[in-house]
Design a protein around this ligand. Structure first.
Ligand code: GLN
Length: 508
């Protein structure tokens, strides 16, 4: 069987007895083995694990293979966040999204590699070694002509690779500042960060509680929409989750954009953006206009402050979240047996990498009594201004609703690049420190997390280096159907290739 089948195709083949759950699982695990050198997985399901229960057969996700980023708690697998601090940690419960997928009969095939605790944008800062981008690495391996490689983006790079290579049909990552959208763009897959609260965070090891979003990778917009529908909804274990589901999303036609207003935020033209990215953006805007949409320039005036605001708020929440890993109650414990203070200090030094430690330090600094007003409270105010910018363009403030209660904004969705270029080379990427890299990599993505709005990345074109470029479509809170509709049109117009042709077909 092909490893690149859609969810609906797998479902139909299984219902007609043309494909068995075991064939699907075997094919996925074979692919995982073939891509071993990309370091995408950190733990794997055993091949002889039981098949999903046949009472699930009617669910669309029955027997569909998926992968989970290693920061979701899972009873059957260790959950390490790619950190020494949680090495060999085995949670005693499953995260809510994992439980929902198991109930639907989906097959988990393994846990995926990431930047330590999700802090990064390259998937290069992991105790399991960097994840490698399949778009060039597979070709290089065939030609064995290079020992450098392109990064996958991050922090959910392992999940993106798992989907791009056909090791699974979909995967979950987490997106706090862009960690799903960034690797989706670099690896040529679809990546959806839903509205904050749509998917339960219960069991997801927190990075920035007020911005963390369980998020979905798949090869098609339709697959992403199916997974979203399966796992969305209120969870009593997460007080920030909300009761929103949209049911199965309708299939979309290319000409269904009539009446849709697509905003092009002028602040998204940032220095360092490559000509390939600008051309792709322009091409997509033209195509969507031809498909019936009205395309117009809009302004988000506070967007240029957003990356700094993100860094302050991220560090502050990280400092507070990471306090639990003290080597006493949780996490790695060092060997020395002096005072508990010394033991905690050394355990944390051994358990965390430099990036995590420096964010903890910065966060505690921002939260000191004498600094709190100047940094933390100031950043909270900037956060409000950024949210207001989005509210204004989408018309989501109550005072701009017109008499019929219609939204009275300037546009319905926004179209922008996701990152400034195609996937950087590893040797170039590691020249800068993690914070500098984040300032560059997250500049167009983290404001959606600050505001809690949904955003999806659609692979759109190949760059002149033959690497993927994905564009980002965002909308107001709970406007998933609208952004999925535009994403689906862009997907049809782009007709972006998969990596299927790089693999020989698995017999079966
Ligand atoms: N690169 C960002 C950071 O390091 C994004 C993190 C994320 O989304 N998990 O904070």
């Amino acid at each position: 069987m092909s490893n690149f089948l859609s969810i609906r195709t797998i479902n139909q083949l299984i219902l007609r007895n043309k494909l068995s759950p075991n064939e699907v699982l075997e094919s996925a695990l074979n692919r995982v083995e073939e891509i071993h050198h990309l370091n995408a997985f950190v733990s794997l399901r055993k091949a002889d694990s039981t098949s999903p229960c046949s009472t699930h057969r009617n669910n669309l996700l029955y027997s569909v293979p998926y992968a989970l980023k290693d920061n979701y708690s899972s009873n059957d697998f260790s959950t390490t966040c790619a950190s020494q601090m949680l090495d060999r940690y085995k949670p005693i419960y499953d995260s809510t999204v994992l439980g929902k997928l198991a109930n639907d009969g989906a097959f988990i095939i393994g846990k995926t590699n990431m930047d330590e605790f999700g802090m990064g944008s390259g998937s290069v800062d992991s105790i399991y070694q960097p994840v490698k981008n399949p778009w060039t690495t597979l070709i290089f391996r065939q030609q064995s002509c290079s020992d450098d490689w392109n990064i996958t983006g991050g922090s959910s790079g392992g999940s993106a690779v798992a989907v791009a290579t056909g090791a699974c049909t979909f995967a979950l990552g987490s997106d706090t500042g862009g960690s799903v959208r960034n690797p989706a763009s670099y690896c040529g897959v679809v990546g959806l960060k839903p509205t904050y609260g749509t998917l339960s965070r219960h069991g997801l090891i927190p990075l920035v509680n007020s911005m963390d979003c369980p998020s979905i990778f798949a090869r098609t917009v339709d697959d992403v929409a199916i997974v979203l529908d399966a796992i969305a909804g209120k969870d009593e274990m997460d007080s920030t989750s909300v009761d929103r589901r949209w049911g199965e999303l309708p299939r979309f036609d290319t000409d269904s954009l009539r009446g849709c207003r697509i905003g092009i935020p002028k602040e998204c033209v940032v220095s360092g953006m490559t000509a390939d990215v600008i051309d792709t953006w322009r091409w997509a805007a033209d195509q969507l206009e031809n498909a019936g949409a009205e395309v117009l320039e809009v302004s988000l005036p506070h967007m240029r402050y957003s990356i700094v605001c993100y860094h302050v708020l991220c560090a502050a929440e990280v400092a507070s979240n990471m306090a639990r890993f003290d080597g006493l109650k949780y996490g790695h414990r060092c060997d020395i047996k002096e005072s508990s203070d010394a033991m905690m200090a050394l355990s944390r030094k051994e358990g965390f990498n430099d990036t995590v430690r420096s964010r903890i330090l910065a966060g505690n600094y921002f939260l000191l009594n004498e600094n709190r007003k100047r940094y933390f409270e100031q950043a909270q105010k900037v956060r409000r201004l950024i949210c207001d910018d989005y509210n204004k363009v989408f018309g989501t403030n109550s005072y701009v609703k017109d008499a019929d209660n219609q939204r009275n904004g300037v546009c319905d969705v926004l179209l922008s690049p996701t990152v400034l270029s195609d996937a950087p080379l590893y040797s170039d990427f590691i020249r800068e420190d993690n914070r500098t890299r984040s300032a560059e990599q997250d500049v167009l993505t983290q404001s959606a997390n600050i505001a809690g709005i949904p955003a999806i990345v659609v692979p759109t074109k190949l760059s002149s280096n033959k690497l993927p470029i994905g564009l980002q479509i965002s909308g107001s809170h709970f406007c998933e159907p609208e952004i999925l509709k535009v994403a689906s049109c862009l997907e049809k117009l782009s007709n972006f290739p998969t990596l299927a042709s790089l693999f020989s077909t698995v017999p079966g």
